[in-house]
Design a protein around this ligand. Structure first.
Ligand code: GLN
Length: 491
């Protein structure tokens, strides 16, 4: 049998459905791959071999009994450690949740299980999903399979690195400011942020509740669409879940793969014309735009004048919401507890626990957010940022009158070496310069590989109107039909 770890999820599912490979064989091949390379990549915080093989055996039994299998049955998936899975350690990349085994499944994990996918384990991430490199994980960084001395992006670097290292054909991420798309871009894989409310936040450890969006990661656009369909759709357990069917992302990906974009208007955002982006990234992006026009797409310039305020607005809104959400980690209800010795007061236990349990970036965000929300400052900071958010939404609405989707590079720079941006938080925040506006608006965005710069992957971002996720899959699949998938050097 050919090496299943090099196959797409679509190919693996077909092998299993056709009886050419068992789900157990496929799972074992991926567990073997993880055993062979993950000591160097460190994409996983926890590998659940027993749970994975048990899930695989259940798929094989179903098939043997002649039961109908879903389109991704038996396909392995790696899950970012921000989502709960019953009984499986969930740390969110933080010491404060070390050893915590959640008593329930997140909706995403529940749907993954119901679809017969096989969860391999939990992937590394920046602590509480704050960061762009996985260097803020309390458990050490993940290496980029293209060059292990460079970052795989973040916060969901583990999920994207697992794909690029052929440790898993599918992965789940979460995107608050770019944490699915930016790791996708710098690892040469596909990462899609669905419309906010299009995928459930139930069981997703909250960072910034008005922005957090779980979504699919894969090596091809069609695989991402198939995963999106499985995890998406209304969930009564999430109060901001949209009560509407998932846009037909799979049909759109299949249509796009035909390579015809006749009549599709691509909006080039004037304000993202390359200032602050590496020349190599801009060159790869422009070549990809040329390729898209050859498929029949029309390019229009659109101006989004408020996008320049997206980063500062985000760094008020996200820390504000985080300072409130992270108040629950008090040493009493979950995970770590420090100083509970009968000598310290309850307040001291909370303070000692939070001091020992949170890393420097998380503390920075909590302090920023607490300040921005404090009485007398609320209007000047949080209130202002919310107004900017409205203006950015108006920019998107106006732009979508002229264009069907907006396009930009996903990130201003290729994968950078470890340590090169950790001393100045602002340099790290810039990684999400092009992705954050979409989060503030709430629409969907996808990163699709569009070429290389200095031998490292570059991603093209496609942004669509809310609940028009299908559009980005169509354009993304068309791009992929020209560029192909990117293959990293052998590990
Ligand atoms: N890098 C951004 C931040 O640190 C985005 C994180 C994310 O999308 N989870 O906040």
């Amino acid at each position: 049998m050919a090496d299943v770890t090099r196959m797409t999820a679509t190919e693996i599912a077909a092998l299993i459905a056709g009886g050419e490979a068992s789900a157990v064989e496929v799972t074992q091949a991926h567990l073997d791959r993880i055993a062979a390379v993950d000591d160097r990549v460190h994409a996983f915080l926890h590998v659940d071999s027993d749970g994975a093989l048990e899930a695989a055996r259940a798929v094989d039994a179903k098939r043997a009994a002649g039961e109908e299998l879903g389109p991704l049955a038996g396909v392995p998936v790696a899950v970012k450690d921000v989502l709960t899975a019953k009984g499986v350690p969930t740390t969110v990349g933080s010491k404060i949740l070390q050893g915590w085994r959640p008593p329930y499944d997140s909706t995403i994990v529940r749907r993954l299980r119901a679809a017969g996918t096989v969860m391999l384990g939990k992937t590394n991430m920046d602590e509480f999903a704050m960061g762009s490199s996985t260097e803020y994980s309390a458990y050490g960084p993940t290496g980029n399979p293209w060059d292990l001395s460079r970052i795989p992006g973040g916060s969901g670097g583990g999920s994207s690195a697992a794909l690029a290292a052929y440790e898993a054909p599918l992965a789940i991420g979460s995107d608050t400011g770019g944490s699915i798309r930016q790791p996708g871009a710098v690892t040469g894989t596909v990462g899609a942020k669905p419309t906010y409310g299009g995928t459930s936040r139930y069981g997703l450890v909250a960072f910034s509740s008005s922005l957090d969006t779980p979504g699919p990661c894969a090596r091809t656009v069609l695989d991402a669409a198939l995963l999106h369909e499985v995890i998406g759709g209304h969930d009564p357990r999430d109060s901001t879940s949209i009560p509407a069917p998932v846009p037909d992302v799979v049909a759109a990906a299949r249509a796009g793969a035909g390579g015809d974009l006749t009549g599709v208007r691509l909006g080039l955002v004037t304000e993202f014309s390359g200032e602050g982006a590496e020349p190599g990234v801009m060159a790869a992006f422009r070549d990809a735009v040329d390729a898209l026009t050859k498929l029949g797409a029309e390019v229009v310039e659109v101006s989004c004048p408020h996008f320049q305020y997206a980063l500062p607005a985000y760094y008020l809104i996200a820390p504000s919401e985080c300072s409130s959400n992270l108040a629950r980690f008090d040493g009493v209800r979950f995970g770590l507890r420090v100083g509970d010795d009968g000598v310290h007061s309850l307040e001291e236990v909370m303070s000692l626990t939070r001091d020992a349990g949170f890393g420097p970036e998380v503390k920075r965000r909590i302090m920023l957010g607490t300040y921005a929300l404090s009485s007398g400052y609320y209007d000047a900071y949080y209130g202002q940022a919310q107004k900017v958010r409205t203006l950015i939404t108006r920019d998107f609405t106006a732009a979508f009158e002229q264009a069907d989707v907006l396009i930009s590079p996903t990130t201003p720079f290729v994968a950078f070496p470890f340590g090169s941006r950790t001393s100045d938080p602002y340099q790290m925040y810039l990684a999400d310069l092009f992705t954050i506006p979409t989060n503030l608006y709430g629409g969907p965005g996808i990163s699709v590989p569009c070429g290389l710069s200095e031998g490292l992957p570059v991603g093209l971002q496609i942004m669509a109107p809310t609940m028009a996720d299908d559009r980005m899959y169509r354009v993304g699949a068309a791009l992929e039909s020209v560029i192909g998938t990117l293959t990293p050097p052998e590990l």
